[in-house]
Design a protein around this ligand. Structure first.
Ligand code: FAD
Ligand code: DLZ
Ligand code: SF4
Length: 509
């Protein structure tokens, strides 16, 4: 008996030829379905660059599949018959007994939709990750705390990256302590490769401008990599120019540069244009060739096989209800400054303006500027999550949610972070050049003109003392607070209350 023709579904973040769903098909018999749908384009108000990136990369990947001999049914957003959802498109392109092959979607929401389909759907494990859900669950079993560092060591052993037999190269697993230098004056980083729009991207830009031009974010200029070849050029550039100093300046921030030594590879890896293992192997090879120091290669590889894999494990191990966690009971609305309404805080203002322009901010900007401020003032973590999911070109829920809700907002009660990532202005001043040009004074804690991060920091610690007062890593800071003169403490808390009142009144801060 001849096997019936199958429908192989390729989702917008699964743009890799090396796919178990494609491997289960036969180009001579089966069809591939790819669909631009309103449901995915509107479940949050995505940055226009992010939508354009995904649609342009999808269209070019469909062409690549056709060149490889596949018949591709590609639904454009404007197609009059477009069903508007991924599930609807699968139904439209199949009949009751059509076998459907798909890589397991990387988001609970989409998984539930596809699982509910009245079709025989085969879900394949996503082989683009180094680990998988079962391996993470086995590692997590019986552990009191799920710390990234130990999972990372498992991944080092599994991949053999920077390993010397069973021992880490250089005698230590982690060289993070060497990764906290501030930027030397006048340091410049070579410009990133840019990929001006070709005809396919130009069509997508017109579409996105017309349909999503009102969303927060600048669509143009659009110079992102939308094919594997372009993503490989981005990788070559990073390995050659930025990896050698990646470790040193990983945590530094400046108003003078957009990307510093960061790779900008997250969006390409998350879309499937590059595989995490190939990216790490390139960094390891640069180290062995004497072209990058160990702290840089290790630091970069840790971000990918450590943090990225660990974060995915957290997303799937915590289940679909993780998104509703709010252990600190924060309820404040997201202030309009996050959507570009303006702020006098130079640091947050720069991070938001850069995000609007590029759809990108590096990790410490996300964690210690916008994330830190949201946590200090007590914004509802779900609103914070929806903001991050909307505004970054690399944002997909599996990676964004544990980073935002867990690492940044401590809303999961410490599953990801053993203590909250909060800081006063002193940290921001040490790691950046923002404070020099700021309307606020980073050295002052209370009163008009004092850096908001200073009073808000103590206000946060004071109002959450019951929860964090006994945390051994926070003991010294609470002792410092207790030792402060009571009048001083009261003045600082009053200052913070003033800022919170302004935020609640919708006033500029
Ligand atoms: P580099 O600094 O060059 O790092 C190299 C690579 O390591 C990245 O490309 C990325 O693949 C990986 N990586 C580094 N840190 C992390 C991490 N914490 N989690 C997962 N991967 C990591 N990353 C996303 O990919 N998508 C998101 O939606 C996202 N949301 C975030 C939200 C918050 C609040 C925070 C604090 C972090 C978030 N991150 C997210 C993690 C990190 O900020 C980005 O991966 C990184 O900034 C991407 O820039 P890059 O490629 O230049 O990274
Ligand atoms: C993010 C996104 C957007 C904006 N649009 C689409 C789309 O039109 N079609 C599609 O297949 N995927 C899109 N995506 C990515 C999906 O949200 C992604 O496939 C899920 O996150 C998978 O779990
Ligand atoms: Fe940010 Fe405070 Fe420095 Fe201004 S003074 S840039 S608000 S840390």
């Amino acid at each position: 008996m001849v096997n019936p023709a199958q429908l192989i579904v390729v989702l917008g973040d699964q743009l890799s030829l090396d796919s178990p769903a494609l491997a289960a098909g036969d180009p001579a018999r089966d069809r591939v379905l790819m669909a631009e749908v309103l449901g995915e384009a509107t479940y949050v108000p995505h940055h226009p660059k992010k939508i354009a990136l995904i649609f342009a990369a999808m269209r070019k990947f469909a062409d690549q599949l056709r060149e490889a001999g596949w018949q591709v049914d590609y639904t454009c957003l404007d197609d009059p018959d477009n069903a508007g959802s991924l599930a609807g498109e699968i139904l439209r392109h199949s009949v009751a007994d059509t076998p459907v092959q798909v890589i397991e979607p990387s988001e609970w929401r989409v998984r539930a939709d596809l699982r509910a389909l009245p079709r025989d759907v085969v879900f394949h494990t996503d082989t683009r990750f180094i680990s998988n859900v079962a391996e993470f669950a086995a590692w997590a079993e019986g552990r009191k705390a799920l710390r990234m560092e130990y999972f990372y060591r498992l991944m080092r052993r599994k991949t053999g990256l920077l390993m010397d037999g069973d021992a880490p190269v250089g005698g230590a697993w982690n060289f993070d302590a060497e990764n906290r230098k501030s930027l030397p004056k006048g340091i410049k980083f070579p410009a990133l490769p840019e990929f001006p729009p070709d005809a396919v991207t130009a069509d997508v830009l017109y579409l996105v401008e017309a349909r999503f031009g009102q969303n927060f974010g600048d669509l143009r200029p659009f110079n992102l990599a939308t094919t594997r070849d372009q993503a490989l050029q981005l990788l070559d550039h990073f390995i050659r120019f930025n990896l050698p100093v990646f470790g040193d300046y990983q945590d530094a921030m400046t108003g003078r540069e957009l990307y510093l030594a960061h790779s900008l590879l997250s969006y390409a890896i998350n879309l499937g244009l590059l595989s995490p293992i190939e990216v790490c192997q390139r960094a390891e090879a640069a180290f062995h060739a004497g072209k990058a120091p160990l702290n840089a290669a290790e630091g970069f590889i840790r971000q990918i096989i450590g943090w990225r894999e660990y974060i995915r494990g957290i997303y799937f191990s915590q289940g679909p209800d993780y998104v509703a966690q709010n252990q600190l009971g924060h309820t404040r609305a997201l202030p309009p400054l996050y959507w570009g309404a303006g702020t006098d805080m130079a640091c947050v203002g720069h991070a938001v303006a850069q995000t609007r322009r590029t759809g990108y901010a590096h990790h410490i900007q996300r964690l210690m500027l916008t994330g830190n401020f949201a946590l200090l003032v007590g914004i509802d973590p779900r609103a914070v999550h929806e903001w991050y999911l909307s505004v970054y070109i690399d944002a997909f829920e599996w990676v964004e949610l544990p980073n935002t809700l867990g690492m940044s907002q401590w809303a999961d009660g410490g599953v990801v972070a053993s203590k909250p990532y909060v800081s006063s202005g002193a940290y921001i001043n040490r790691m950046s050049d923002y404070c020099k040009g700021c309307a606020y004074d980073v050295k002052t804690r209370d009163g008009a003109g004092a850096c908001p991060f200073n009073s808000l920091y103590w206000h946060f610690l004071d109002r959450h003392q019951d929860r964090f007062g006994q945390n051994p890593r926070m003991g010294p800071i609470y002792r410092q607070w207790q030792k402060m003169d009571p009048d001083r403490r009261a003045a600082i808390l009053r200052s913070a209350e003033g800022i919170l009142a302004k935020l609640d009144a919708g006033e500029r801060v």
